[in-house]
Design a protein around this ligand. Structure first.
Ligand SMILES: [Zn+2]
Length: 264
């Protein structure tokens, strides 16, 4: 049974099987996503993904033991702070927010935490945290990296041919916001972004073996204006967004079944 952590009473919480229950913590970010998408894009995606995971588990594995923790809406967004509205925690603040939550959950006996991370910039800290918590508190922090599912073929199939740089604030993310909160998207203002300074390189690239802690100003329009997004959002639709969520949820359910068998 999947329930929301903050809706349980103390007495109900006392009855929860702490050894088996997975506490899933959705994590977003508060940062610019181009002209067309809201600052809370990653939060909206995290919330939508968590709810759709719950709906799928209720349907397919109704005895799955899970609690969905309240969403964390601000993360590590250093690369976006020079665009209006972006707010970041410092790396060590973000680490300690997550660490203290894990410690609190461990204190009550939980042994399985799954961080549903919907912002790539958060990933390095979450990886460090997972290992530190395992070593210091002896519990498992599983990492559900939503960014990894953008590589699913069913997700790639939603992207307009030729839109090869699509990721942050692009067609895929914009489609996902359209599927959840269409009133927040201003698609008519969208512009496409490319990593101009890296283009033409083979080895030193945005995600290559030799890279750089880039900032999002390095994602520019064709004519060199900093735009802070990767890809062309103009082809985004809610229908594509729903297809993307379906693929995310299929992958995540497969992982959750395996997590259920994990014994520490
Ligand atoms: Zn995003």
């Amino acid at each position: 049974m999947v329930r929301y952590y903050n809706e349980l009473t103390r007495l109900e919480m006392e009855q929860v099987d702490k050894d088996e229950t997975v506490v899933m913590i959705p994590v977003g970010a508060l940062e610019q996503h181009g002209n067309q998408c809201p600052l809370g894009t990653d939060e909206i995606i995290a919330e939508g993904t968590a709810r759709r995971i719950k709906e799928a588990l209720d349907r397919e594995i109704p005895d799955y033991p899970m609690l969905i923790f309240p969403l964390i809406p601000v993360g590590l967004s250093t690369e976006h702070v020079n665009f209006c509205g972006s707010v970041t925690l410092k790396p060590d603040t973000f680490y300690h927010v997550l660490y203290d939550i894990c410690k609190g959950l461990a204190h009550h006996g939980f042994r399985k935490i799954a961080i549903l991370n919907c912002h790539g910039g958060n990933s390095p800290i979450i990886q460090v945290l997972s290992r530190e918590v395992r070593s210091e508190l002896g519990i498992a922090v599983f990492i559900i990296n939503c960014g990894a599912f953008f590589g699913n073929q069913a997700v790639k199939d939603t992207v307009t041919p030729g839109n090869i740089w699509d990721f942050h604030g692009g067609e895929m993310e914009t489609s996902m916001v359209l599927a959840e909160r269409p009133e927040t998207v201003k698609l008519e203002t969208s512009e496409a972004g490319i990593p101009r300074k890296f283009m033409g390189n083979k080895t030193f690239t945005v995600y290559g073996p030799i890279t750089l802690g880039w900032v999002s100003e390095e994602w520019e329009t064709e004519d060199g204006k900093p735009i802070g997004i990767g890809g062309d959002p103009s082809g985004a639709t809610a229908e594509k967004g729903n297809q993307i969520y379906d693929s995310f949820v299929e992958s995540i359910l497969s992982g959750l079944k395996e997590i259920r068998k994990w014994k520490d």
